[in-house]
Design a protein around this ligand. Structure first.
Ligand SMILES: [Zn+2]
Length: 138
């Protein structure tokens, strides 16, 4: 339950339209995102996706050899790593753990997006301030 609400917070933080531009608010958001990033460092994290595959087992006497509806279904973890895609058969009892690790990876990217927005916000504000200072001098 606590995990869920923490996740919802992150999504709230990175919604771009919510992004305020004053220095203090951006700094507060940045600290908040870094804090969430540190919390994420204690969780298993991985890239990849869980896919379902339907296959023939190869035994000539199995029903799957003739009947497409009798083909075997199984879940796999698919990961592109080191230049190749690897597919690991996934046991049902590992599915939740792997799903959580993949979710943590996605949350990390959401945090990176939020931090990127903080930097953009600062750069935009600084450019505005420079423009204003220039027009005052003229
Ligand atoms: Zn079969």
């Amino acid at each position: 339950m606590a995990r869920k609400s923490a996740c919802a917070d992150i999504w709230h933080v990175v919604r771009y339209s919510d992004m305020p531009s004053d220095r203090e608010t951006v700094q507060r958001k940045r600290r908040e995102l870094h804090e969430q990033m540190r919390a994420l460092a204690f969780e298993p994290l991985m890239r990849g996706s869980i896919v379902e595959r339907v296959r023939k087992c190869g035994r000539p006497n199995c029903a799957c050899a003739r009947d497409p509806s009798a083909r075997h279904r199984g879940k796999y973890l698919s990961v592109h790593l080191g230049g190749r895609t690897q597919a690991l058969p996934l046991r049902q009892e590992d599915e939740e753990r792997v799903g959580r690790a993949i979710a943590a990876y996605k949350r990390l990217w959401a945090l990176i997006d939020g931090l990127t927005e903080c930097e953009l916000s600062d750069l935009r504000r600084e450019a505005r301030e420079r423009r204003r200072a220039r027009s005052r001098r003229q």
